[in-house]
Write a protein that binds this ligand. Structure first.
Ligand code: SF4
Length: 245
């Protein structure tokens, strides 16, 4: 039988989770996606283009694109080559161009040119996975979903908010532990925290607003702070009071 003390994931309590969200919310009162879009269709396109790319890079390409193309019909008319010319600065542009034209055609053929408010229909679109569907459901339709990308996955596991080995396991745990009042902003708070504070290689624990709640064992900078405070409280060893170096 496996030892539970070794295998059991470290998790925050509900109260600690609520405190964590409260602090993230205080740091960023109005969280929103950093992807630019003008309607649900351009949101789908922007999120599909953002896989393995930065939001800034996507925005640079979609700014001029969305000024002339903001519907599936216009996207199909632009065509794969026309779209490729706009997005060549984005990684995986060939396959993304192909998918965006195909998903635009599918929106016309099956949904009257509208983005469906339906998870299964969204996930059936070419190049659209669970994460993209979650972003669209939350952002365009206000649904209580939490999209788990690489930043959310890392922050959730490190902090103990939602420990899980797969994005879907983390998503389910996040949905269970996130208080209703923080559900709408949760994805944005976690993604922005991962992007700017809880960095993959060197998290900025020393300036992190959830430092005191987070269960991550390898905090950087924060350890210095804690150990300095701990050593300050230590009683002086007997006989050491006269010795100064
Ligand atoms: S304390 Fe460090 S590891 Fe924990 S959430 Fe903050 S930056 Fe990330």
């Amino acid at each position: 039988m496996q030892s539970q003390s070794i295998t059991r994931p470290r998790k925050l309590t509900r109260a600690a989770a609520a405190d964590l969200y409260a602090r993230l919310a205080e740091a960023r009162p109005e969280p929103r996606t950093e992807l630019d879009y003008v309607n649900p269709f351009t949101l789908v396109v922007a999120v599909a283009l953002s896989a393995q790319a930065t939001d800034k890079g996507v925005n640079r390409a979609t700014g001029p694109l969305f000024q002339i193309v903001d519907t599936p019909e216009k996207m199909v008319a632009l065509g794969e080559d026309g779209l490729a010319a706009h997005i060549k600065t984005i990684g995986l542009w060939r396959s993304k161009a192909k998918n965006v034209i195909a998903l635009s055609q599918q929106l016309i053929d099956l949904h009257g040119g509208e983005v469906p408010h339906d998870r299964a229909a969204l996930e059936a679109l070419p190049g659209v996975g669970r994460k993209t569907a979650n972003v669209v459901l939350a952002e365009a339709f206000g649904e209580a979903t939490i999209a788990v990308d690489t930043h959310v996955f890392r922050v959730a596991n490190r902090t103990g908010l939602a420990a899980g080995k797969t994005p879907e396991a983390v998503e389910q745990q996040l949905l269970r532990i996130t208080p209703p009042e923080y559900m709408q902003g949760a994805h944005h708070w976690l993604i922005l925290h991962g992007r700017y504070v809880c960095l993959a290689r060197t998290p900025k624990c020393l300036v992190c607003p959830v430092n005191e709640i987070c269960l991550y064992r390898h905090k950087t900078g924060a350890q210095v702070k804690v150990s300095a405070r701990a050593s300050a409280k230590k009683p002086a060893p007997s006989g050491a009071k006269a010795k100064k170096r």
